[in-house]
Design a protein around this ligand. Structure first.
Ligand SMILES: NC(=O)c1ccc[n+]([C@@H]2O[C@H](COP(=O)([O-])OP(=O)(O)OC[C@H]3O[C@@H](n4cnc5c(N)ncnc54)[C@H](OP(=O)(O)O)[C@@H]3O)[C@@H](O)[C@H]2O)c1
Length: 264
């Protein structure tokens, strides 16, 4: 897939991976609809993109279902079509199941699962009408593994694989594609914004993220995978091999995971 002249909607474009993907997609010639809740940060992403005047920003909360229609309508009014949606907006988790309020678990699912699937429902009829389009789903290595203090986050990402791999199978006779992009640790604001068991934000940068791959390097690799319409891509440091190791030696991974991540 050549991204030049493609119309791309990126959710969660105000920071981290979404911002990195916006810069890289613009560099490759795409025209962007950038959405998130924080207006200033979103505008800063747009301003940093090549051909910044070509792109649009809209304030949008992925848990506000009627808002998806408004964004889609704005895309069609402005450019007449959408070629790719990058489902990226998400929140992390810091807390054991024992200390996590079930309302917080529901909130994580609202953002990380329904915040993807409900947008997919909005976009799908348009892709079907054109028999063209691409779903870029930002999942996680945690979409294939689960660790202590991240159980609901991992569940939300596992659920994305169930939904979008089913969608890919349903679309097998069309020209519409689905790519599951699974980052390992990437240096973004995710740990700051992660929710604790009480619902408060963690508000600190974890060591794992501090020393991780930059969002710029991640975005270059992710866009390369999207251009090849890869079904699945694991991108990050050595942790990206976790799911393969789990296939080869599940008992070893069951032993390792509680030892690797025990603190916040
Ligand atoms: N960084 C990593 O190590 C890593 C690893 C695996 C997967 N991921 C995934 O990558 C994606 C992006 O995370 P990130 O690392 O870039 O973290 P980040 O820097 O915290 O960015 C999260 C983005 O999601 C947006 N967002 C959060 N809640 C939202 C809501 N209700 N409505 C609309 N937008 C919302 C935020 O924008 P506003 O606050 O402005 O709304 C922000 O732009 C997430 O799905 C995450 O699970 C990250």
């Amino acid at each position: 897939m050549d991204l030049s002249n493609k119309i791309v909607w990126i959710t969660g474009a105000s920071s981290g991976i979404g911002r990195g993907l916006a810069l890289e997609c613009a560099r490759q010639g795409a025209t962007l609809m950038l959405t998130a809740r924080r207006e200033e940060e979103l505008e800063a992403t747009r301003a940093a993109c090549e051909r910044s005047d070509d792109h649009r920003c809209m304030i949008h909360d992925v848990t506000d279902r009627p808002a998806h229609k408004r964004v889609m309508q704005a895309i069609l009014d402005t450019w007449g079509r959408l070629d790719m949606v990058v489902l990226n907006a998400g929140i992390g988790q810091r807390g054991s199941i024992e200390e996590t309020d079930p309302d917080v678990e529901r909130r994580i699912m609202e953002v990380n699962y329904f915040g993807y699937t409900e947008i997919a429902h909005e976009v799908l009829p348009h892709f079907l009408d054109r028999n063209d389009g691409h779903f870029a789903v930002i999942s996680s290595v945690m979409g294939k593994l689960s660790t202590p203090r991240r159980a609901t986050y991992a569940a939300s990402k596992h659920a994305l694989h169930g939904f979008f791999e089913g969608l890919r199978a349903e679309l097998s006779n069309t020209r519409i594609g689905v790519s599951m992009i699974c980052p390992g640790y990437i240096k973004t604001e995710i740990s700051y914004h992660s929710v604790k068991g009480s619902g408060q934000t963690h508000g600190a940068m974890d060591e794992q993220h501090q020393n991780a791959m930059s969002s710029e390097v991640f975005a270059r690799k992710a866009v390369k995978a999207l251009k090849k319409k890869k079904a699945v891509a694991f991108i990050g440091g050595p942790e990206r091999f976790g799911p393969i190791l789990e296939r080869l030696s599940p008992a070893l991974v069951r032993w390792l995971l509680p030892r690797l991540i025990t603190r916040d």
